[in-house]
Design a protein around this ligand. Sequence first.
Ligand code: FAD
Length: 450
Amino acid sequence: MNPLSDLIARLGGRVLTDPADLASYSTDASRARPEGLPAAVVVARSSADVAAAVEWANRNDVKVSVRGSGTGLAGGAVAYPGGLVISLAGMNRIVAIDPANRLAEVEAGVITADIDRAAAEHGLMYAPDPASYRESTIGGNIATNAGGLRCVKYGVTADSIAALEVVLASGEIIRTGSRTRKNVVGYDLTNLFVGSEGTLGIVTAVTVRLRPRPVGTTVTFRAAFPTIAAAGRAVSAIMSSDVVPEVLELMDRTSVDVVEKFYPTGLSTDGASALLVGQFIGRTAIGDLEQATTMCRKAGAISVEQAEGDILLEARRVSSRALSAEGLRVSSDVAVPIARLADMFEAVERISAEEGVPIPTFAHAGDGNLHPSVIVRGDDDETYVDAERILDRITDTALSLGGTMSGEHGVGSLKYGSLAKQLDPATLAAHRLIKTAFDPKGILTPGRGV
Ligand SMILES: Cc1cc2nc3c(=O)[nH]c(=O)nc-3n(C[C@H](O)[C@H](O)[C@H](O)COP(=O)(O)OP(=O)(O)OC[C@H]3O[C@@H](n4cnc5c(N)ncnc54)[C@H](O)[C@@H]3O)c2cc1C
């Protein structure tokens, strides 16, 4: 029997082979493009479907790409020519919310915001909130260890995952972690799979940790600084104090101008170099806000606004769409230690001036995680190559400041060639030993991630 007929015989209508279907499952939201169509897509409905598909791929030496919603920005979910795409998007059941233990049991294809919404009915929340959380899946968030605006207070995806069900390259199903708050039995395989970008196994079911939903007053501030260095001092002061914001975001002058053009709200830097936006929610919110704004003034803020609710955050929330409206863009997600944030912003400004291109930059300031974007005018290869070269300069700078080339989007295929810049040969070899142990034939997301 031809191998594909064997797969179809096992999984029936869950196997798609129509070229239009194949094309629609072949890309993600990044600029990475597939080099050819996959042989088939499996639209899994259960862990058993995933196991059968992986076992088939392993037996027939077929490369597998794993797909949640395809909002990834690193090219990790892009199809391999002649390969197999396994889509988890159909496995989207919230199996149970367990308020007493502050846990939820969900399938890997559940949309992240749906978990938070279901938790809210019990006064709880699922904290990690990537800007894509109304589209991305929890499985994709786990595979990339996604971050978001609220992560400054509650941590990244890894901090909210208690246990996983994973299909290995052999097709076997394993379970990691536990439903307890403490568990020291065995290696911490849960955290090994978190951030592994589909290279070690396919996450099919998840136990997530929930937290009490903050209640009470919501207050937001926006502070303008004459220099990036002054804004950096304010961020360091707030982050080393005992007031913990729900959100702390920094925008440079260029990104403020881009946002104001797209969504006019009277936002202006008025000669300032940077805007810092922060939010507090809860019983101590007003006192915390006073402390934070005092720290901003001490750091040299030239103006500070305060408002109830979310209104001052709106400009930051639309910044991604505003940048896209400027034209195609090539973005980075480098991160640096918080105390080096101002140095990193200043370096981006310098690179922008030297290269003669605008590089609007906003940052999850409390996490030291920046998104500098090179706006690409024109869709030709040469323009892209040049933008990549500029991004490489930004990555090199982040690394020289003790940072990382990716704070939240992952390595995928786009940053794979730069891995050796961050990981020394012995460290990279240790990663590859783990990869080989879990996936000896190298069928799961090969040539990406690690
Ligand atoms: C507008 C926009 C805003 C964004 N904002 C943020 C942000 O604030 N923070 C952030 O971190 N990211 C952000 N992203 C990036 C992206 O949304 C995240 O990386 C997200 O976690 C990807 O989820 P997904 O379901 O779309 O995964 P996909 O894009 O389908 O896949 C991403 C990676 O995960 C792997 N994968 C997917 N599902 C599984 C699974 N079940 N088991 C094993 N591997 C799997 C894939 O193979 C691939 O390597 C944004 C993207 C967009 C388009």
